[in-house]
Design a binder for this molecule. Structure first.
Ligand code: FES
Length: 144
């Protein structure tokens, strides 16, 4: 079931009730079992996300190494709060309280499921510039 749900989320950005029904039908399982798995794992979202999704680790090692600065920089740079999506649908982000399993990279984020660590505001800016040229040009005042 997990690979199926990962594939759905990768393609749709989240797992809708209709997608849960579809997965249950294809896997020959009761829909409630799929619902239980989706709601158990924080890696699955039941809300639409941006085309790129960022998870900011806020567990102990990242917190000690400055995750609050990373959070504040993201909030300032994107102009949205955790759980929100930029108006162009490009980027969403969230703060996760559980360790993402890469403490040696603290402070770290997952960008579209890929670990990015030893972050500074400058490194975070470079990542954001790299994933969203539209966002980058908009910031520079180019409205084309
Ligand atoms: S505390 Fe952030 S990856 Fe472990």
């Amino acid at each position: 079931m997990l690979p199926t749900l990962h594939l759905i989320q990768e393609q749709q950005g989240y797992i809708s009730p209709e997608a849960e029904e579809y997965a249950a039908q294809k896997l020959g399982l009761p829909a409630v079992e799929v619902r239980e798995v989706v709601s158990f794992y924080t890696m699955f979202s039941t809300e639409p996300r941006g085309r790129h999704h960022i998870k900011v680790c806020d567990s102990l090692s990242c917190w000690v190494c400055g995750s609050s600065g990373i959070r504040e920089h993201l909030r300032s740079r994107l102009g949205i709060e955790p759980g929100e999506t930029t108006s162009d649908g490009e980027i969403s982000w969230e703060v996760v309280p559980d360790c993402l399993g890469a403490c040696e990279l603290a402070p770290m984020i997952q960008l579209d499921g890929i670990n990015k660590g030893l972050l500074t505001p400058e490194k975070l800016d470079a990542l954001l510039d790299g994933i969203s040229p539209v966002f980058q040009s908009r910031e520079k005042g180019d409205q084309k």
